[in-house]
Design a protein around this ligand. Structure first.
Ligand code: NAD
Length: 436
């Protein structure tokens, strides 16, 4: 099939490369000229495991190419995916400017019967606006599909290649059969393609992210209670996670959820509800808990070092909002760093892949260390923010030797309490008793 993907960000690039891998002819189109030029040279604008090889292989095979000419890419396609950003508007609702601009480009440039697929996360009712916009200019029939994307950054290629399910909101036979054919190679193990009406598909994406964010905030709330009553949240997590009705995923407490999706999607869903005179009270609480949680690491640092952080020198391990990505959008590390700098502390940070992105955001207000151990030299404390694998089993003797004071604030509960105790660290984690 001839496919055009408009938007070559995290989602568009992964979707395009994976669809090319299964034999389709894919054109990735983007208005960001610099990004397109780099992609043509197989230089990826993002870090995503396995994606570089996929892009290189499929470009070499002639199945994948990139262009800034969105119109001509649309003109040659049977299926167009809209995968542009939907950033939050001032009131938290999704800003649909990019999506609707692409819809207009599609209407103006399509040359044949077309399936128009919205991959971007968009609020209920957007498909109707996309249809209306395309229809204003189109001279050929077209079919609207809502196909929300559930990939996780850091495991995006695997998630797209082996999805738990594919959700498709489609209302014509042509759209349904076209999408079923496109996705057939990815669901060979029997994972379901769930066809539904378009509004339900649009809402499913937000409901999924809202549920996951709710689990995280719920566990962070429980973790805070654990600290008060002398319980250990890791035990509580295992105790409840083994109940099949609950399940063990997404029960890890931490420094608050971040990233490009959960914060904005939870806000957008709340806003959708409000605009329909319906209040999602649980989601309001989920966001408030998360905002507080992002500030808890500084609170713990103040307990360990004293409430006046002026002059303190703090080492941070992990800047990305989660491991295996360089994405720092709404990362808890940013809240921590801003609070530390505002308190008069200085910050030295390490991250295996996100330091270029962090430097772009923070400039020279933070020092970046070439290795995790370099970051520790002369620091008053280490704060672990992202659970990268390389931080899981460090050389604790070396950490102790390098730090000016043996203080670790662990936002991810990576280290065993008894070990921290034995080694004489002052150790604060999330939902577990403080040590020393
Ligand atoms: N990142 C994720 O993990 C993820 C997962 C599922 C769904 N989503 C959703 O997918 C959508 C895209 O997210 P992303 O993270 O890939 O965004 P992104 O910001 O990484 O990429 C968006 C791309 O769209 C391009 N673009 C903007 N306007 C354009 C236009 N008019 N024509 C052509 N290109 C244009 C931008 O230049 C950019 O390259 C969002 O709605 C997001 O919520 C993201």
């Amino acid at each position: 099939m001839k496919i055009c993907i408009v938007g070559t960000g995290y989602v568009g690039l992964v979707v395009g490369a994976c669809l090319a891998e299964t034999g389709n002819e894919v054109v990735g189109a983007d208005v960001d000229v610099g990004k397109i030029e780099k992609l043509k040279r197989n230089e990826l604008p993002i870090f995503e495991p396995g994606l570089d090889r996929l892009v290189e292989r499929n470009q070499a095979a002639g199945r994948l190419c990139f262009t800034q000419d969105v119109g001509s890419a649309v003109a040659n396609a049977d299926v167009v995916f809209i995968a542009v950003g939907t950033p939050p508007d001032e009131d938290g609702s999704a800003d649909l400017r990019h999506v609707l601009a692409v819809a207009e480009t599609i209407g103006r440039n399509m040359t044949r019967e077309l399936v128009v697929v919205t991959k971007s996360t968009v609020p209920v009712g957007t498909a109707a606006r996309v249809a209306e916009t395309v229809g204003r200019y189109a001279r050929q029939p077209f079919h609207i599909v809502s196909n929300p994307e559930f990939l996780k950054e850091g495991a995006a290629v695997d998630d797209f290649m082996k999805p738990d399910r594919v959700v498709l909101g489609a209302e014509t036979d042509h759209a349904r059969s076209c999408m079923a054919e496109l996705y057939a190679p990815f669901v060979r193990t029997g994972k379901p393609i769930i066809f539904m009406d378009i509004a339900s598909a649009e809402l499913t994406k937000y409901a999924a992210n809202a549920m996951l964010a709710t689990r995280i905030s719920f566990m962070n709330d429980i973790a805070n209670l654990c600290e008060r009553v002398g319980a250990n949240v890791d035990m509580v997590r295992r105790g409840i996670g083994s109940d099949e009705r609950i399940g063990s995923a997404f029960l890890f407490p931490g420094p608050g959820y971040g990233g490009s999706c959960f914060p904005k999607d939870v806000r957008a869903l709340s806003q959708t509800a409000r605009s329909h005179a319906c209040e999602l009270r649980i989601l309001e609480a989920v966001q408030a808990v998360n905002d507080d949680q992002k500030r808890r690491l500084v609170g713990k640092l103040k307990i360990a070092l004293g409430s006046d952080l002026r002059g303190a020198h703090v080492a941070i391990w992990g800047l990305a909002f989660k491991p295996n990505t360089d994405d720092m959008r709404e990362s808890p590390s940013l809240v921590l760093i801003e609070e530390l700098l505002a308190s008069g502390a200085s910050v030295v940070a390490h991250d295996p892949v996100a330091m270029a992105e962090a430097e772009h955001r923070l400039g020279d207000r933070v020092t970046f260390a070439p290795s995790s151990y370099d970051a520790l030299e002369g620091a008053d404390a280490l704060v672990v923010v992202t659970d990268w694998n390389e931080y899981r089993h460090p050389d604790f003797a070396r950490i102790k030797e390098s730090l000016r004071r043996p203080v670790i604030i662990d936002g991810r509960n990576l280290y065993a309490l008894d070990r921290m105790q034995r080694m004489g660290f002052t150790y604060h984690s999330i939902g577990r008793g403080a040590v020393n």
